[in-house]
Design a protein around this ligand. Sequence first.
Ligand code: SAM
Ligand code: SF4
Length: 332
Amino acid sequence: MNSHMPSQLIDRFGRTVEYLRLSVTDRCDFRCVYCMAEQMEFLPRSEVLSLEELYDVGAAFTRLGVRKIRLTGGEPLVRRDILTLVERLGRLPVELVMTTNGSQLPRMAQDLARAGVSRLNISLDSLQPERFHELTRTGRLDKVLAGIEAARSAGFKRIKLNTVVLKGRNEDEVLDLVGFARDSGLDISFIEEMPLGQISEHGRDETFCSSDELRELIGSRYPLLKSTDNTGGPSRYFRMADSESRIGFISPHSHNFCSECNRVRVTVEGRLLLCLGNEHSVDLREILRRYPGDTARLEEALIQAMAIKPEKHEFRLDEEPQILRFMNMTGG
Ligand code: SAM
Ligand code: SF4
């Protein structure tokens, strides 16, 4: 690295980037209604970063001060040989975490914990088998519940459930999901749906459910105490007096969290996305493939990219989505 270069990733607004969300595949065994279209075209293999390239990206970010890497996708556990990447990243001085739909956890939870994944986020939008199948289009609830059980026995430091709440589709299950999290000793975050990609099954303004509504609903059953807990992500946390479980809210619409943004994403095509809600990006694949092994050049590109990190996202629900990439292409 050039000696004049800063060794940290700091953007124009003084925000330090310490958190990388690294997408390891755009593919998935589910087709969740808010995330994907029913018929999806996935990337050809030549356009996808190899496991080696993904590692090089993770390692470069770590050298520049990133302290947390979240592996995501698509479904990270459907990427072939993903464990070899997890093992290598697990040896870096970084907190390694993963977001998964849980379907592959019955066979993989132990190995993930052993390879150095410390915390898991598992998506769960319904506890009703038929509805779960409708929302995921292909998923089976029993498999995911078995995956959650496997994860609980595997010794992760913490497990959090993620629920996207859609009015008229699953908002009537919010209290059941909180009850499930409490009984299982897990945290749970409720996410406002984001307008990424054109979807067919519902209008996003019709199904929008704000975090404030949910907080009121949950608070009427379990009084919620504001918590200063911060896991380095966008969730705002609350505690309950009689449980270890925490309730989080991810509210890109109602509580814009951009001023505290500490993260960037890298898609599986090697596109460094500076903001979830904007298209500002840098093509890292081009650098990786044109100058293989040139770590200084890669680091320089990451540092320079900080100059185009936007101040904030502007999501609107009542218009066509401005962001045409789907969440599985974004690395949610
Ligand atoms: N397949 C894994 C999973 O489902 O957990 C990881 C990738 S998925 C894209 C990551 C998270 O993004 C999931 O919790 C999912 O519910 C959420 N998500 C997907 N599309 C979304 C959208 N349009 N708005 C809000 N959250 C979304
Ligand atoms: Fe797959 Fe996750 Fe998207 Fe659902 S939210 S389709 S599980 S990538």
